[in-house]
Structures are given as C-alpha cells and as structure tokens.
Design a protein around this ligand. Structure first.
Ligand code: AMW
Length: 131
C-alpha cells in the first residue's frame, strides 16, 4: 500500500512510480483519463501522457490545489492531469464548475467511485506507456 494523504492506495491503481513519488488513476474522474500525480513524478508522468492523449486529439489540463483554502481535499500535494477534447462540456469553462462540485461533499460519496477493478484496468493500460 502507498500513502496518499489520508488514503491508502493499492499498487494496482498506480501506473507510475519513481524514487520519491507515484501517479495513480482517479476513483472519480470528471473526464475520462483524469489522473493524479504526487509532485515529484509530474514531469515523468506528463510526457508519455501528453503523447498518448494528443495522439487521440485531446488537449491536457493540469492543476493543483495546495492547501484547503485552495480546495485541496487529499492531504498530500498532488497535481491533476485532465484530458480535454472538443465538446466534452457544452461550454468549455463549465469544467471549472463541474470540478468544484465533483470532488466535494455529497457528490463524492462511495457509491459514485469507480470499482478497484475499473481503476486497476485503466492503470494497467497506462503502465504500458511508462515501461
Ligand atoms: W484535491 O481536491 O485534494 O486536489 O483532489 C483529490 C482527488 O483525489 C479527487 O479528484 C478524488 O477523486 C481523488 N481521490 C481521493 N481519494 C482517492 C483514492 N483513494 N484513489 C483515487 N483517487 C482518489
């Protein structure tokens, strides 16, 4: 198990590990392919992900919340990487409102999380790009 703030993370949902950090798939991705990376592995994660997603004509958005007032909920500094594609939201900037709602309060209840199997399957696909 890996510690991610208050969470324990199973190795099966982690697709990249470096000496100091790791990157994992999100249990509740607001868009398909949204991943999380602890700080030190962002650079390693970003290159292969951008090649992968740009091949599929996606753009990438990365963001981090450092501190609760900035909206951070997991107490381990991390960065989100979100693939974006044309038409994924009716207005492009609606993603901001969706992100606000998505990870917080009632919206983030266990019945809305993906199963470990789903997450492990996505991590297995991503792992191949980091070998
Ligand atoms: W933060 O609001 O701290 O910037 O974002 C926390 C993110 O971590 C959310 O997108 C949430 O869905 C995700 N998350 C929280 N716990 C886990 C977990 N155990 N496995 C995968 N993703 C998680």
């Amino acid at each position: 198990m890996l510690r991610f703030g208050q969470h324990l993370i199973k190795p099966s949902v982690v697709f990249l590990r470096t000496e100091l950090s790791f990157a994992l798939v999100n249990r509740k991705p607001v868009v398909p392919g949204r991943i999380l990376s602890t700080r030190a592995s962002v650079r390693s994660a970003y290159g292969p992900l951008s090649v992968l997603w740009k091949r599929g004509r996606h753009s990438l958005r990365s963001e981090g919340q450092d501190g609760p007032e900035a909206g951070q909920t997991v107490k381990h500094v991390h960065v989100h990487v979100l693939p974006r594609r044309a038409g994924d939201f009716s207005r492009n900037d609606n993603v901001y409102e969706e992100l606000q709602r998505h990870d917080k309060g009632e919206e983030d209840s266990p019945d809305k999380w993906r199963t470990e199997e789903e997450m492990a399957a996505e991590a297995a696909i991503l792992k191949k790009y980091f070998q």
